[in-house]
Design a protein around this ligand. Structure first.
Ligand code: SAH
Length: 348
């Protein structure tokens, strides 16, 4: 298997068609070769130069010298017994690990991808951040999570959520490049309407993202209805508070016309009372939005808990107050499908 630790080689899977073309012309080859190679990588999904049979052996050897394909190695595959959720633990070429999950919905299979190895954000209830941050993922490594899961499972992937390990807006350039590759008409050609990006609220990046008008759904990890409660569980709130965050969300909606989805991890005794629901409803009253309630997933390092009954009660409170809310379906509960838990067990 070709790995990408070889110094100086270009990560070919992360190149857009025009960038690949430029590289191929530099090798003294014809332009149409770039088109063929892009198709091998992104349509036929063949990550091995030796199998690109419409290229000459000479060109294949040249490609091996100049480029590498960042392949992911499947360390573990966990299949749920209760639904069709599959969770992968992948090893990256440098020995780090990330997690990817395939979830089955009535409208198709969605993949949840990681965007960083670890995370800097420090959300108290989240397993992905406990051991800190190691590095950003390259756009090719985010894309490979989908290609590898699709190839291994034999299931067609029709949607993507950036809700795995890491903070996507803290790895902005690579995430944007990944989205360009994912939606490229000459590649996987996925409509970004089928993509959700979840952020803890890096406000300046929300403004930048709005300007790109990509059509994706922005999910905001809100998780509290006032600054005191939010700062207690999400340190990012000390940098960008709820008011700044919601102002950025209003701007996002104004520019893109896309309804915002607010994530609300319900925690017993912390943010689940009728008063919390009233405060949340007041915050969101002028929004075209949707609140996704998630009973906090227990992680072994923390004592936070909740349950589906509390979630159903909170949903009712919100609906009585005119806020559109759902309780997130729990998928893959038997395989710890919430993110970051598997990698932690494996790396530490
Ligand atoms: N960094 C991004 C995306 C990664 S996490 C973000 O913060 O949005 C995806 C979602 O899962 C976020 O809403 C996050 O707050 C939530 N989450 C993390 N750990 C959780 C847990 N133990 N229980 C419930 N939700 C959790």
């Amino acid at each position: 298997m070709i790995s990408c630790d070889d110094n100086g080689k270009i990560d070919i899977l992360g190149l857009l068609p025009e960038e690949l073309e430029e590289q191929i012309l530099l090798l003294g080859e014809k332009k149409f070769r770039a088109k063929q190679i892009f198709e091998w990588l992104h349509v036929k999904r063949v990550p091995d130069f030796d199998k690109m049979t419409n290229l000459s052996v000479q060109l294949r050897n040249l490609l091996k010298e100049k480029f590498c394909v960042k392949s992911l190695f499947i360390v573990k595959r966990l299949e749920s017994n209760t639904d069709n959720t599959v969770k992968y633990l992948y090893r990256l070429p440098d020995g780090n690990h990330v997690e990817t999950v395939i979830m089955e919905y009535s409208y198709g299979n969605t993949v949840c991808v990681s965007t960083q190895v670890g995370c800097k954000m420090g959300c108290r209830f989240c397993a992905s951040t406990i051991a800190g941050y190691k590095r950003d993922l390259a756009s090719s490594e985010i894309l490979s999570q989908i290609y590898t899961a699709e190839r291994d499972s034999g299931r067609k992937i029709s949607g993507v959520v950036l809700m795995g390990i890491g903070e996507p807006l803290d790895n902005y350039d690579n995430v944007i490049n990944f989205l360009k590759l994912l939606s490229h008409e000459k590649g996987m050609n996925m409509s970004l309407r089928h993509v959700s990006l979840s952020t803890c609220g890096i406000v300046p990046r929300i403004y930048e993202l709005a300007e790109l008008k990509l059509g994706l759904t922005l999910s905001i990890s809100l998780h509290a209805s006032n600054n005191r409660a939010r700062s207690e569980i999400m340190p990012v709130n000390n940098r960008y508070d709820i008011n700044e965050l919601l102002t950025a969300c209003r701007y996002y909606f104004k520019v893109t016309g896309r309804r915002i989805s607010f994530e609300y991890a319900l925690i017993d005794g912390h943010n689940d009372s009728r008063g919390d629901a009233q405060e949340l409803a007041a915050l969101l009253k002028d929004f075209v939005c949707h609140v996704n309630i998630i009973p906090v997933n227990k992680i072994k390092e923390r004592d936070y808990r909740s349950d589906r009954k509390a979630a159903a009660r909170f949903q009712k409170y919100l609906e009585q107050l005119g806020i559109n809310a759902t309780v997130r379906r729990t998928l893959g509960a038997d395989i710890d499908a919430a993110c970051g838990q598997l990698r932690r067990e494996y790396e530490i």
